[in-house]
Write a protein that binds this ligand. Structure first.
Ligand code: ACM
Length: 768
């Protein structure tokens, strides 16, 4: 061995040791600093700072309010508040003004055994540091369990957010939520360093904010007899009590049962102040000119023709061609601006059925007089005029992305939601607008979460690919929505947005997709805090389950627990598992075809998602002879809209055919709605139980042999369904039918054999 080689080897060893050390350190860090969002820069320290009833707080003048919030938080864990004293005391928690920290929400936190120093230039930064400290404290502080001392691990943190807009939206119109829930919601936003709460205060189904000039908006518009969404929720409540309508919001009036509620201006000012103390800005949305049925009911003069009903897709809007409409809108927004000091006011502007405008004499006259060329431009006339009004009051207007359709001024802020119009945010940026990304996929948190949701939210890139670095600055952040048509209770709301909001929070604050592994570990620790805070979060998925299983002799079902504290229970009689159902043994042996339902339960008895597993006994399917086999599958392309895959073959109007050695949509397909059939054989190299995972948006059905192996049919957003088949080595008939209804597609087929990791199907297996 020459010297050079030896030296080189030792330096390589040193590097390997460093890497191993780094891995160990980071595993320890995850346990010691389970922070979400993870700080921009964290340097672990040794030892810890002990907080006792003798610990002092010192605070620079401008941070007294934040110091009081920390004191309140600590009193939950100590049973007493700490003394606030002058700077210079030892063993104290010090709030320090530091002009060098230029980021408006930035802070530095230094914990050493002798002191805690929280430094920032602005109170928002100090507040975020307090929430960091909160996540380092034992969860018992959330429960009000008093301890003699609280331990904070030593650490040095420098932190600031990647995006300035880190928002959540809550629709309080479709179902109403109490003031106390809004405050809880704000606490959770604060805990994860989110800074915007967008309240969707009005819609067809209810007007939720008192407007003194138009009292009927809430006297009548805040209450309804149960509607079809309420009935749909009640139906689902049979299996899941979280779908029950909240009794707190049901009243009797004039012999009628009414459901709803509203916030008085005083109540809402209290919520705004509560949020402001936590450095969260509440952005009110009064959605117009569409989504206004609740207002029109009481004030029919708002429409062009006095009618108040649903059009083909959306409700009929208010009329932008009468001055009385502007007078109403300005009066309403004057009161709104009085309640909400936010720089931003949201006007909605989405989903407008403009057809009645085209028939109105007032609109025809206005369009002629103002040179307005079409109905989208007429909507822009309304929106742009309202924006001028907002600007005259020193406010900025936000609108959903439809506001760009008829032209919008550069100063408006565009909130992008329509996933199926991917160029809308790009157009808005190129028009000079500031944009907030809130696309339905993956940020509509009313969409049922599944095992991919958190990953998708974590990896969502708020910057559209078509923007260059300079243009990207116009994207100020992102926001998730909670539309509540099917969310009638606080528990259901919790389930829908937690824990995925934590993935969004880390995305928008830390913005380092490679931290995903560590995030998932930190999230497990966060669940304990969420338990203490009584958040009804969605339990982690049971890993590795399929929808349909096959076995030849006997099947074995064994499920790993995603959290050690969970108990997995099951039934075989079709009933929903409950806290009395037997615990799943490891493993459960299955000898006959049957359906098994399983669900995880927390120690408190809360049930997670229910999984239905179909087990079928099957003989291994023998191969068919194909001679001579040709590579690839025969594919037919149908350029039409289909609701289900079966309708494609009935339509039988093939637009083109092609051969493909993979399950993918060719780049040349541009139609918004289409279908493709893939036909031929799958030639497997060995006997085995093969699993197939079909993830599609919209529908797909996979047949192998004569049977349906995976049924993922219908119009729906991306979701995975899976199934098994026992195959002997050789070629087997293969048919996959796929449909896309419009709005962007997903198509992915993976396989595994005898329980291996899912993989792409090798091109060489697909033949015709
Ligand atoms: C929306 O979902 N209509 C903004």
């Amino acid at each position: 061995m020459n010297r050079y080689y030896f030296k080189n080897l030792t330096s390589k060893l040193a590097i390997i040791l460093l890497i191993i050390n780094a891995i160990n350190v980071s595993a320890q860090d995850v346990a010691r600093y389970p922070l979400i969002p993870y700080p921009t820069k964290l340097t672990p320290g040794t030892g810890s700072f002990l907080i006792t009833s003798k610990t002092n707080i010192t605070a620079a003048r401008q941070f007294k309010r934040e110091a009081e919030l920390l004191n309140q938080l600590l009193s939950g864990g100590l049973g007493t508040k700490l003394a606030v004293s002058k700077a210079g005391e030892s063993r104290s928690i010090n709030f320090v003004y530091d002009a060098a920290i230029s980021q408006p929400e930035g802070y530095k936190l230094t914990i050493i055994p002798k002191s805690v120093t929280i430094a920032a230039k602005y109170p928002a930064g100090i507040f975020h540091a307090i929430e960091t400290i909160r996540q380092l404290l034992p969860v018992s502080v959330e429960e009000g369990i008093a301890h003699k001392q609280l331990t904070l691990p030593a650490v040095s943190i420098e932190d600031y957010p990647a995006y300035e807009w880190r928002g959540m939206h809550l629709d309080v119109s479709r179902h109403f939520f109490s003031v106390s829930y809004l405050k809880k919601f704000i606490d959770r936003l604060a805990l994860y360093k989110m800074n915007k709460l967008h309240l969707h205060l009005t819609d067809d189904q209810g007007w939720r904010i008192e407007i003194k000039k138009y009292p009927l908006l809430t006297e009548q518009g805040a209450w309804r007899t149960f509607n079809n969404q309420d009935s749909a929720c009640m139906k689902r409540a049979a299996d899941n009590p979280d779908f029950s309508i909240d009794k707190e919001h049901i009243i009797q009036r004039d012999g009628k049962t009414l459901y709803g509620g509203f916030y008085t201006q005083e109540e809402m000012k209290g919520v705004v102040a509560y949020a402001a103390a936590r450095h969260i800005d509440i952005i009110p949305e009064i959605d117009m000119p569409g989504h206004m049925m609740a207002a029109i009911n009481s004030y029919p003069f708002l429409t062009c023709n006095g009618e108040n009903k649903f059009g083909e897709l959306f409700s009929k809007p208010i009329c932008p061609c009468n001055e009385t409409t502007f007078e109403f809108a300005e009066n309403v927004f004057n009161e709104i601006m009085d309640i909400f000091p936010s720089k931003y006011i949201h006007i909605g502007g989405d989903e407008v059925d403009r057809s009645d405008w085209g028939k109105s004499d007032a609109c025809k006259a206005l369009m002629q007089r103002e040179g307005i060329k079409d109905l989208p431009a007429l909507q822009s006339y309304f929106i742009n005029r309202m924006e001028k009004f907002f600007n005259s009051k020193g406010r900025k207007m936000i609108g959903w992305d439809e506001v760009i359709e008829g032209g919008v001024t550069k100063s408006a802020i565009v909130m992008y939601w329509r996933t199926w119009v991917p160029d809308a945010p790009v157009k808005a940026v190129k028009n000079g607008n500031t944009v907030i990304m809130a696309p339905g996929e993956p940020l509509y948190f009313d969409n049922q979460p599944d095992q991919y949701t958190i990953y998708k939210v974590y990896h969502f890139n708020p910057i559209p690919k078509a923007l260059n670095q300079q243009e990207a600055k116009a994207i100020i952040g992102a926001q998730a929505e909670i539309w509540t048509e099917m969310i009638p209770s606080e528990k259901r709301a919790d389930y829908m947005y937690m824990p995925r909001m934590t993935a969004l929070a880390e995305n928008l604050w830390t913005n380092k997709p490679d931290k995903y592994e560590s995030y998932t570990k930190r999230l497990v620790t966060q669940f304990a805090r969420m338990d203490a805070m009584k958040i009804n979060y969605r339990l982690p998925d049971l890993p590795g389950l399929l929808n349909n299983y096959v076995f030849t002799e006997e099947g074995k079902l064994s499920i790993g627990k995603p959290l050690p504290s969970l108990t997995i229970r099951y039934t075989t009689d079709g009933s929903v598992p409950d806290a009395q159902s037997p615990e799943l043994p490891a493993p459960l042996t299955i000898k006959t075809s049957q359906q098994i339902k399983v669900a995880p339960f927390t120690a408190a008895g809360t049930r997670g998602d229910i999984y239905t597993l179909n087990y079928k006994q099957q003989q291994m399917l023998g191969p068919v002879k194909i001679a001579p086999p040709q590579p690839g599958l025969m594919c037919s392309y149908y350029k039409a809209y289909f609701k289900e895959t079966g309708l494609m073959r009935i339509a039988n109007k093939i637009d083109s055919t092609f051969i493909s050695d993979k399950i993918a949509v060719p780049a040349s397909v541009k139609a918004p709605s289409f279908g493709i059939t893939y036909n031929g054989y799958i030639d497997v190299p060995s006997d085995g139980i093969y699993s197939f995972y079909l993830n599609c948006d919209d529908g797909g059905v996979l047949r192998i042999g004569n049977d349906v192996t995976v049924n993922n049919d219908g119009n729906h957003s991306a979701q995975e369904r899976s199934g098994q088949i026992a195959l002997k080595m050789g070629a087997h008939p293969f048919a996959l039918d796929f449909i896309e209804g419009g709005g962007g597609f997903t198509l992915k087929l993976m396989y595994s054999v005898n329980g291996s990791e899912p993989k792409e199907i090798p091109a060489g297996w697909l033949k015709h």
